[in-house]
Design a protein around this ligand. Structure first.
Ligand code: ATP
Ligand code: MG
Length: 221
């Protein structure tokens, strides 16, 4: 009897990783009984004019610090090393080659999931993977069904506390997970760092030290 492992894929800019990401990861890891979670920072193409995005190496280094000592949480350079726009469909196909026996589950905040129809080949991503959609202050998980076409709506299920995900899958593939999401965003962390304010309590201490040492998120003179 060979059980396939449940592999979480937690993508984001992680600019920088903060305690809201870690708390969300812990809670979903437990509720969905995942085996591992890959934290996957996106690569930002150099020609894209996005303000205040730390270089990929820094964002990955901060993830390594934040996840040190948490064996099942793994920082992954899978998108960064490709040096191109990070589309989920590319990432998913790559993951399937690298981990052919794992069942993939994207971890995603409801704010990000509500944009799914703008993703490249999003129907293929929905078809070929599972989603764990996490609550976040200011957004409603109940909105998820409204952005999906009928055929996907029937794939949506609430994952309640104590419920076995394995009993809902594979009939359901999009799981709504109410979590104790922390009211923390990377935007707030960057803004506080820029103003020279403390970011203690928003990011792990090692990440705060790293931001200070490398003078990240400061206005360039
Ligand atoms: P920014 O303010 O720069 O947008 P962010 O805090 O939203 O940063 P991202 O890297 O954009 O962080 O988010 C990556 C993923 O983590 C997204 O799916 C997002 O919804 C989720 N996420 C971020 N912060 C939280 C939080 N506090 N609670 C739950 N999910 C979160
Ligand atoms: Mg965001």
């Amino acid at each position: 009897m060979r059980r396939t492992s449940k592999l979480g894929l937690f993508g984001g800019t992680f600019n920088p990783v903060h305690l809201g990401h870690l708390q969300a990861g812990e809670e979903v890891y437990r509720k969905a009984q995942l085996d591992r979670i890959l934290f996957i920072p996106s690569y930002i193409p150099p020609h894209k004019k996005v303000r205040n995005i730390a270089p990929a190496e820094h964002r990955l280094a901060m993830l390594r610090l934040a996840l040190a000592g948490r064996q099942e949480f793994i920082p992954s350079a899978i998108e960064i090393e490709d040096h191109r726009t990070s589309y989920s469909i590319f990432t998913l196909r790559k993951i399937k080659r690298l981990y052919p026996r794992a069942e993939p589950f994207f971890l995603i905040g409801v704010d990000a999931f509500l944009d799914i129809e703008t993703w490249k080949d999003y129907e293929l991503v929905l078809e070929e993977s599972n989603f764990l959609v996490m609550s976040r202050p200011g957004y409603q998980l109940a909105e998820v069904k409204k952005v999906l076409a009928k055929r996907w709506q029937s794939k949506v299920a609430w994952l309640e506390e104590g419920e076995q995900l394995d009993l809902l899958a594979p009939d359901y593939t999009i799981f709504l997970v109410e979590i104790n999401a922390l009211p923390i965003s990377a935007s707030e962390v960057r803004e506080r760092a820029r103003r020279g304010e403390s970011i203690a309590g928003l990011v792990p201490a090692a990440v705060a030290d790293y931001i200070r040492q490398h003078r990240l998120y400061q206005d360039k003179p």
